[in-house]
Design a protein around this ligand. Structure first.
Ligand code: NDP
Length: 407
């Protein structure tokens, strides 16, 4: 059917590539291109021999000319950006120049300011429309599946959604006192930033980890979770009509938070460059270098993730609540593709998004977030490709008391 150029060869890309190879009817050919070509070659050696033809290349995705030359050589139907959020705009520029579809799993963030915002990528809307190509933004799990879940809830369960709580629980245990499950730099920037949620048309800012709740997650049990800002809040607040409030919670264990606080207090999470032995270094990048590589956590991680959305709104004039979630087992993921569940839950939706663009089901010129497309083929594909979802029509709410007051 077609050809994908995959940029990046880290934790998420590795899962997406495994899944593309499983889905060889759609992905007849893939090119894996990254900064460190040996990682691409190692993965190719592991996966070669099946129907999907695999090639590899070296690329600096910060360099638009290099990217254009690579795209012109490979001639893919889509570029899957599974590098880092810093590369989003250069890869989008190269896609525009070569009229090639684009997909990513995280919104652009300038490397020198920790700020997640869709504004930079949404500004490409007219140019992508004119070029007749699709940019699918945020096709991971959160963002990604959480947006698809929202579109599914709106299409099949509600006339109007008023409240959304996105709950991201990782109950995995890797046995280290402190490690991050995906790129440490991105992860720590995300959790050490101020929290923020959207209510009645306004953003309400909180201190990092200021709002805590305890939730009893299906198949996992009770966990502490904290309100964070997460990028899909911005697109869902815009794309779900009539929404009154949307929040995002993520679970963290005691050990993780104590270590993070200590690292913060000594300045190790700073992104301000400092002078060290005559060389400029960024403390957070140095910290990344000493922490366990997220890819190495796979064989050690036990337990499950549970990520989903709880909705409250109206159907046929009546109040309704609805919870849709996926439970993913770290050890089962590792057995299947050699990665833990955090990479797995991101890599599978990246493959699905690319498949839907390539097959024309989600092909609409312009720049779009996942919730702006028909959720049905994505929901079906989740069940087929390893992330089955479950529903609860009478879920425990995050704030049972306030939610009653609001009724
Ligand atoms: P990793 O750090 O494991 O992998 C990143 C890859 O990108 C590495 O192979 C790296 O190369 C490559 N890379 C970095 N910079 C460049 C560059 N300038 N040119 C070419 N290649 C480059 O990250 P993850 O796999 O954990 O994360 C990938 C993406 O997924 C991130 O954007 C992250 O934010 C996002 N994500 C999204 C989630 C979601 O649910 N939506 C959840 C988790 C992650 P090298 O090997 O040389 O370092």
């Amino acid at each position: 059917m077609g050809k994908a150029l995959i940029i990046g060869c880290g934790g998420v890309a590795s899962v997406a590539i495994h899944k593309c190879v499983q889905n060889h009817e759609v992905f007849e050919e893939i090119c894996i291109a990254s900064r460190t070509k040996s990682k691409c070659d190692d993965l190719k050696a592991k996966l070669d021999g099946g129907p999907t033809k695999i090639t590899t290349a070296q690329v600096d995705a910060d360099n638009v000319d290099e990217l254009i030359a690579l795209i012109q050589e490979v001639k893919p139907d889509i570029v899957m950006n599974l590098a880092l959020p810093y590369q989003d705009l250069t890869i989008m520029d190269a896609c525009l120049a070569t009229k090639t579809h684009y997909l990513d799993t995280a919104n652009y963030e300038p490397e020198d300011t920790a700020k997640f915002e869709y504004k930079w990528q949404w500004e490409y809307q007219e140019r992508f429309k004119e070029a007749g190509i699709t940019a699918l933004l945020g096709s991971g799990f959160d963002p990604g599946v959480t947006g698809v879940f929202s579109a599914h809830a709106l299409k099949h369960h509600f006339d109007e959604i008023e409240y959304i709580d996105i709950l991201d629980c990782n109950a995995g245990d890797h046995g280290y006192p402190f490690a991050t499950n995906f790129n440490p730099e991105i992860n720590i920037r995300e959790v050490s930033a101020n929290g923020r949620y959207w209510e009645e048309g306004q953003w309400i800012e909180t201190k990092p980890m200021e709002i805590k709740r305890v939730y009893d997650f299906p198949e996992v049990g009770e966990k502490d979770m904290y309100l964070l800002y997460h990028e899909e809040l911005e697109s869902l607040a815009k794309n779900i009509p009539g929404l009154k409030r949307i929040r995002f919670f993520m679970t963290f264990g005691e050990s993780y938070l104590t270590h993070l606080k200590c690292l913060e207090n000594v300045g190790m999470t700073s992104i301000e460059p400092i002078e060290f032995e005559g060389k400029e270094i960024v403390p957070l990048q140095f910290l990344k270098a000493v922490l366990p590589d997220p890819a190495s956590l796979g064989p050690r991680t036990k337990g499950k993730t549970n990520i989903g959305c709880i909705f409250k709104g109206k159907k046929d004039g009546k109040e309704k609540t609805y919870y849709v979630y996926n439970v993913c087992d770290h050890e089962a993921c590792y057995k299947e593709v050699g990665s833990q569940a955090v990479s797995y839950t991101t890599g599978v939706p990246a493959m699905i998004g690319a498949m839907l663009v390539m097959t024309g089901k989600w092909n609409k010129p312009g720049v779009y977030n996942v919730e702006e497309f028909d959720p049905d083929p994505f929901m079906d594909a989740l069940n087929k490709w390893g992330l089955p979802w479950k529903e609860d029509l009478n879920p425990e709410m995050v704030d049972p008391e306030t939610s009653k007051e609001k009724e």
